[in-house]
Design a protein around this ligand. Structure first.
Ligand code: UD1
Length: 420
């Protein structure tokens, strides 16, 4: 196991090139199960979560080759319809194979993901959706078993807009008989990216990116070649880094239109932002101004940026309130930030933050993916040395984050863990 050591306090400057989006790549790779043949994907990020889905597809009989950021997936010979606990427990998004397996293999057996660090995260809406499409669903021995000779289109209303739930049902409905209408669907850019690829595969999906998605089922789909869209959360993390370190970072190969809510908050917090095509230049202002934030489904402020934005508010002038409305236990980074001198009090789903002049480096422990990124940012801004342990969480979702920050002038290194 590795740790990250940072000696903070330097303004960061230079170019940060953004990798492909983990949350777009995962459903798109799951979608390869919908048909047989050879797919090619470019801009696939090098991440542990991508290795997890790769392993899962491999267990089902897919042949996967990687050449750098290009991935070839051949799903001609599927032999398995089971996603075992050992894989699903490593990554909750493994549930994304449920819809495609059910649609193509007529049955699926997928381990229930169980709880995770940021809350209970149920999958009831995925299952209700599959049942509405006519699947027989049983829960036994910790597994979801689903079967259907052929799924049938239906009108489905999501109580809560769920990202992977919308993706799962969209994939299953692509091969269903008749028309499926999803209402109160999630609108994240990763959903639009998946729908675009499914349509190129021969699906007939309209309205992705809006709360109502209409899917006309087709008999079969075909493999395609496609790039993965840029990771908006990685781009957002570099934006916050620029504002936080009073730096000047050019964030390139990103999609600025996916980050409007964050850019708006950063500007209000005093940063200067210039957008040009697929690049964004973020310059930190002299003073960081406090801003209240509430996480919301897209196009609202992303929950996946909440922890990183909290670091910025920890050293802002004045008070701010950050409200988490998506996940019930997503403040686990707060106790570590407090150890670095932040003044934060939690009340239910609200974090009350009194800005302090500076943070001070300390040994801290990462607890989940975005909390890890938050601690890296805190270390970059803090005076002295920060040692972050359990950074395997970081490797799930950020490609070479420490190298990208080092290229911007940060004093950051990955070392062997002291207490693995
Ligand atoms: C996805 C993202 C994750 C992000 C989250 C919210 C992927 C692989 N992961 O996770 O990075 O933080 O969206 O933007 O894309 N819910 C239910 N029942 C369900 C499903 C969800 O109650 O069946 C609830 C969840 O507990 C949560 C809310 O709905 O409160 C939204 O969760 P959801 O959008 O499903 O998150 P994920 O798709 O797991």
């Amino acid at each position: 196991m590795d740790d990250i050591i940072i000696t903070g306090g330097k303004p960061l400057a230079g170019e940060a090139v953004i990798s492909g989006a983990k949350n777009a790549a995962l459903p798109i790779l799951a979608a390869t199960l919908l048909t047989g043949g050879r797919f090619q994907f470019d801009n696939v990020p090098m991440l542990r979560d991508i290795t997890s889905i790769q392993n899962l597809l491999g267990l089902m009989g897919a042949d996967i080759q990687r050449e750098g950021h290009t991935m070839f997936v051949d799903t001609g010979n599927l032999c398995q319809y089971e996603a075992p606990y050992e894989e699903v427990r490593k990554m909750r998004a493994s549930i994304l194979v449920l819809g495609p397996l059910l649609a193509r293999m007529k049955r699926a057996r997928v381990s229930l993901p169980g709880g995770c660090a940021i809350g209970a995260r149920p999958i009831d809406l995925h299952l209700k959706g599959m049942a509405a499409l006519g699947a027989d669903i049983t829960l036994e021995h910790g597994y979801v078993e689903a079967s259907a000779e052929r799924l049938k289109g239906a009108e489905i209303y999501f109580d809560i807009p769920t990202v992977t739930g919308t993706e799962n049902i969209m994939m299953a409905a692509a091969l269903a008989e008749g028309v499926t209408i999803l209402r109160n669907a999630a609108r994240e850019p990763e959903i639009t990216a998946l729908a675009d690829i499914l349509n190129r595969m021969g699906a007939d999906i309209e309205g992705a990116g809006t709360p109502m998605i209409t899917i006309h089922g087709v008999r079969e789909l075909k493999p395609v070649s496609a790039p993965i869209i840029p990771d908006r959360i990685e781009a957002g993390t570099f934006m916050v880094a620029a504002a936080l370190t009073h730096g000047d970072i050019h964030i390139t190969r990103c999609e600025p239109s996916h980050l409007k809510s964050l850019m708006h908050k950063l500007e209000q917090a005093g940063a200067k932002i210039d957008v040009s095509g697929t690049s964004v230049r973020v310059r930190g202002g002299e003073t960081i101004l406090s801003q209240d934030v509430k996480t919301m489904p897209y196009p609202g402020f992303p929950t996946d940026m909440q922890a990183q934005f909290m670091v910025l508010m920890s050293v802002a002038r004045g008070f701010s309130v950050i409200s988490e409305s998506i996940f019930e236990n997503r403040f686990i980074h707060v106790s570590e930030l407090k150890r670095m001198g932040a003044d934060i009090n939690i009340s239910g789903s609200h974090a009350m933050i009194k800005g302090v002049p500076s943070l001070s480096g300390a040994p801290v422990m990462a607890s989940d993916l975005r909390a890890s990124a938050c601690l890296v940012l805190a270390g970059l801004a803090a005076g002295g040395v920060t040692r972050i342990s359990r950074i395997y969480h970081l490797d799930r979702g950020y490609e070479s984050l420490e190298k990208k920050f080092a290229a911007l002038g940060a004093d950051i290194a990955r070392v062997r863990a002291q207490n693995p």
